[in-house]
Design a protein around this ligand. Sequence first.
Ligand code: FAD
Length: 349
Amino acid sequence: MISSVVVAGGGLSGLLAARYINKLVPTVDVRVFERRSRGNYRVDCGEGFIDFRGVLSRVISEVRPFIRSEVSESVWRFQYDGGTRNVRIEHDDFFWIIDRLGWQKKILKDIEGEVDVVFGEEVEIDDFSCDLVVDARGPSYKVGSAVYGVYEGSFDSVLGKAVFDYRERLDGYYWIFPMEEGRANIGYGGFGEDIGKKRLDSYVESLPLNIDSKKKSGGGYLDYTYYLKDVHGKKTGLIDRRDGGWIARVGDAAGIVNPLIGEGISGAVSTSYQLARAIKQNDLDKYPVWVKKENKHSISLSMARLRKKKYSRFVERFSKLDGVKASHCYSVPKFMFRHPIRSIKFLIA
Ligand SMILES: Cc1cc2nc3c(=O)[nH]c(=O)nc-3n(C[C@H](O)[C@H](O)[C@H](O)COP(=O)(O)OP(=O)(O)OC[C@H]3O[C@@H](n4cnc5c(N)ncnc54)[C@H](O)[C@@H]3O)c2cc1C
């Protein structure tokens, strides 16, 4: 029986894990340690909340007040073989650009009082001997990185749309997420530790948009290893036993980020919730099983292999989604968003 939990990292996944554990098993003593000071608490993100994993209903009402804009259509641009393919997907389902820091601060406010949150404390997993240490410290492998800017200007041509732009061989992706009127979050992500600031700058310059100024910028690492954490020769999973207790990884620490678009918010929701469920059932071995089930259609590191050889085939297949409604992918055939991922697996198999 788990009675004491330490959460290392007070980002989205750490706060959600603390909250879900507290909610589902109120008898558990939960403490969160965040290395940033309270005053310096920040988030570097494109703030696009897209539900690849079907988890949005878990947080929908609490996220609603933090929606900056709703995306009704996403445009996926692929450059390949010297040409360009545009694939349009109609979002009759949820795809929001959110104020993520605002949301996190709200979760924080809600849990403080029930859960002890300590700011300004950088911790190591081995610092604690308790029933369960939750590693929510963000990317444990720097498989990828992303950089973004918040720009001011005129974004009328992309209002209500999200743009994903892929260059040769899927070695990275650019995004344009219109926020409130006159502002957009534009970023670049990819494989490797290269933050790619220069790439983003030249991308922004090349855009047919009237951009006046950059108001904010930032970046960070991404872990796309999914739960297959053996890419660097070291095998770790979502959960490990150790002397006197367990270690579980949630969010980016679990490598849950989708390498096609750098999406990890829904992965943070998925992992934190499933961990709390497993604690409630007093069966932590269920945690990896449930995460794998919920994320089974999400993308794996096979993307790295895909970009070497199969990019044009992937684009051909993805192009078949042109005009598809997003809700189709969330319902039974789970066709649309889940289709590219399945097709990757299919292509590679
Ligand atoms: C530039 C960029 C843009 C992105 N855009 C999107 C997007 O548009 N949509 C999307 O879905 N995802 C996006 N992502 C991915 C998304 O931000 C992550 O998946 C998400 O942050 C995962 O949350 P997390 O809590 O697991 O990790 P983090 O948000 O990284 O939180 C980890 C926390 O742990 C703290 N910490 C680290 N080490 C320690 C330590 N030793 N002791 C104590 N505390 C520690 C950190 O200070 C941090 O607060 C983006 C990522 C980047 C870098």
